[in-house]
Design a binder for this molecule. Structure first.
Ligand code: NDP
Length: 269
């Protein structure tokens, strides 16, 4: 029988997840169906419960439902608990399990470009995407992990809640500091807005990484290059890697992400 999976969000029409999972399924010989499903803004819990009641085996959850998916799951993995958000759900014998594959997806993509151990990392943002990234970044043993946010209090609280984070601060507090890796986990690029960052943030050879994807160079990538970043990369690889981790959890096979990422990037060019 064909196993049923989906991505649930609102809106969801733009999602590339069905293309990615179809490519993984073809590559690994798995028979799955993977749909895009738009849940009503006020009705996610009933919607996802119905999805599982109708025979769904697992789903990805995207904006704005990741916190509700966290509340819905009967069991949580440690990384979901740390993130306070769930992007992957599946059924097991004891009910619905919730995990967060965003952090591991981010780190797998980052390590294509940079070895994270011993590096000074700046994470911009304190929303769901930033929370999902912290545990996975710390596991790579950076020399420092600083979190900075427009609303400084949120970054300070996040830093206080995660042992191992060096510091939480506001954007102006970054004046005079430099980093080997700067990750944009804010939604500023979605609005085509530039971040109010001090100049000189990028150490020689530094990588700038924007979690945003699908629109070519983002305002953050342009800003980073102009300020001396050696490389600026978007979040398409993170999208493919977080999907691969979900696919592995659901199907027990690890897909090869490189050809899928290359194909997706070519289709967006
Ligand atoms: P949230 O809405 O939870 O968080 C938004 C964050 O962005 C807050 O920290 C907010 O700061 C900050 N922000 C928004 N606008 C500005 C601005 N103009 N200047 C400075 N800071 C700003 O969003 P998410 O965490 O869910 O998503 C963030 C980004 O990550 C999105 O672009 C999303 O597409 C991307 N993403 C990519 C993934 C991938 O697979 N590549 C996976 C998950 C997310 P404040 O607290 O001050 O409001």
């Amino acid at each position: 029988m064909t196993a049923q999976y989906a991505v649930i969000g609102h809106p969801v029409a733009h999602s590339k997840s069905p293309i990615i999972h179809a490519a993984f399924a073809a590559q690994t010989g798995q028979r799955i169906r993977y749909d895009k499903l738009e849940a009503p803004l006020e009705g996610f819990i009933d919607f996802v419960a119905q999805f599982f009641a109708m025979g769904g085996e697992g789903c990805n959850v995207t904006v704005p439902f990741k916190e509700q998916a966290f509340a819905f799951a009967n069991q949580l993995t440690e990384r979901a608990r740390q993130a306070g958000a769930v992007n992957t759900l599946w059924l097991d014998d004891d009910g619905v399990v919730g995990d967060n594959t965003d952090g591991v997806g981010l780190c797998r993509d980052l390590t294509r470009h940079i070895n994270l151990a011993g590096k000074r990392i700046l994470l911009l943002g304190a929303g769901g995407a930033a929370r999902g990234a912290i545990g996975a970044l710390l596991a790579e043993q950076p020399a420092q992990l600083t979190i900075a946010n427009r609303s400084a209090d949120k970054a300070i609280t996040l830093a206080a809640n995660f042992g191992g984070v060096s510091e939480g601060c506001g954007l102006p507090d970054l004046t005079g500091r430099s980093f080997d890796l700067v990750i944009n986990a804010t939604s500023a690029s979605l609005a085509q807005a530039q971040l109010a960052l001090p100049s000189g943030l990028f150490a020689p050879g530094a990588l700038a990484y924007d979690m945003m994807y699908g629109q070519g160079d983002t305002p953050f990538m342009q800003q980073a290059r102009a300020d001396g970043a050696a490389q600026a990369v978007d979040g398409l690889g993170m999208l493919v890697e977080q999907a691969a981790e979900a696919f592995r959890l659901w199907r027990g096979v690890q897909p090869d992400t490189a050809p899928v990422l290359a194909e997706l990037r070519a289709s967006l060019a």
